[in-house]
Unconditional design. Structure first.
Length: 361
């Protein structure tokens, strides 16, 4: 552990700021569980992401005069053909700073050096109202939607609270013979990944994250019974699914996929309702439906049917991107276009994602 900064004076809440490994440090995990942390700043998620893509995470923890942690910030330095930059955090919905007040946040950002003159560009995604939002060193460059559903009632009352269109869709899924299995085995994760590859290829012309990433997620969360794969079946065939992860009383919907030719049977609605039921059965507080880009109004509208809360997810940045890497980005986009063409077999598209996906952060 390295002490980065010591603040004199017993009356200041932050006495010192130290560098830690957020994958293993007990103080970091304590902060994630007691502050505004989430799945995406949790040690198992960091181990999965960094292990899959070869990243090394950094973090600073602020401590008070008694040595107790009062704030934290984590990030990953990147230096590849897209240029030098820092992200908090790659391939994560958000990475809210683990502090509630602006003074502690200022100490953390100072100690990290992420916004210092000449530092590589820095990007942070957090919920609105974060202690980082008002920092003049950062500017807001993007907004997305976040949705959640409180699990503070019975299944019957929760169903009655849903948008009427969601209730009708669940009923139609039942009439259409959709059956949802909730599974914790690795085989279910692999089945879901196949759906995910096809959806991203056919609907979005995008590559999917590699299977190795999903397998690492399973290895981190399944042993503690904190992972469930919901697979919607029609006549025994998986036609939709979602990967749910549990952390600190919240169930996170992280990945979802479906086959367009079966959408009339409403399998996605059946999966969402199964996720809510799973969360209720586990005695959890909330289902976090995650990030939705505002340029996908259909997805935003779908999640609104299920959500009891909606907030903004902000992208905050310091520094300017390196314009010299535009050529690499253009090449990557063209490769993606070619490798997601309908004529390309799904296994080739899947392998392309395994090779290229790490460059998309």
């Amino acid at each position: 552990m390295t002490v980065l900064r010591t603040t004199p004076g017993p009356r200041l809440p932050v006495r010192e700021t130290v560098e830690v490994d957020p994958r293993t440090d007990p103080a970091w995990e304590r902060l994630v569980r007691t502050g505004p942390g989430s799945l995406f700043t949790s040690p198992p998620w960091l181990r999965a992401v960094c292990g899959a893509y070869g990243f090394t995470p950094h973090a600073v923890v602020a401590r008070d005069g008694g040595g107790s942690p009062v704030g934290g910030l984590t990030w990953v330095p990147l230096d590849d053909p897209r240029g030098a930059r820092t992200s908090s955090l790659p391939f994560s919905d958000r990475a809210d700073p683990l502090c509630a007040d602006e003074a502690t946040w200022a100490n953390l950002l100072d100690a990290s050096g992420l916004a210092a003159p000449g530092a590589p560009p820095f990007a942070l995604r957090c919920l609105d109202g974060s202690s980082a939002e008002a920092d003049p060193r950062l500017r807001t460059t993007g907004r997305a939607a976040w949705h959640g559903t409180r699990l503070d009632t019975s299944p019957e009352e929760l169903f009655a609270r849903l948008d009427p269109s969601a209730r009708r869709a669940v009923a139609k899924a039942g009439r259409s013979g959709v059956v949802v299995e909730l599974r914790s085995d690795l085989g279910a994760v692999r089945t879901f990944h196949g759906l995910h590859v096809r959806l991203r290829k056919d609907k979005y012309r995008m590559l999917a994250p590699p299977l190795a990433f999903f397998e690492r997620i399973w290895a981190e969360f399944a042993p503690d019974d904190h992972l469930v794969t919901a697979l919607a079946l029609v006549d025994g065939e998986a036609v939709a699914g979602a990967l749910f992860l549990e952390w600190d009383g919240v169930l996170y919907y992280k990945f979802g996929a479906s086959r367009h030719e079966h959408l009339a049977a409403r399998p996605n609605d059946a999966v969402y309702w199964a996720g809510l039921g799973h969360g209720l059965g586990r005695g959890l507080e909330l289902v976090d439906w995650g990030l939705s880009d505002l340029d996908q109004p259909g997805l935003v509208a779908f999640k609104r049917k299920w959500a009891s809360a909606e907030r903004s997810l902000l992208t905050l940045r310091a520094g300017e991107p390196d314009p010299g890497n535009a050529a690499f980005g253009a090449t990557l986009a063209e490769l993606t276009r070619l490798l997601t063409d309908a004529s390309v077999p799904d296994p080739i598209t899947e392998q392309a994602g395994a090779l290229l996906y790490r460059w998309f952060c």
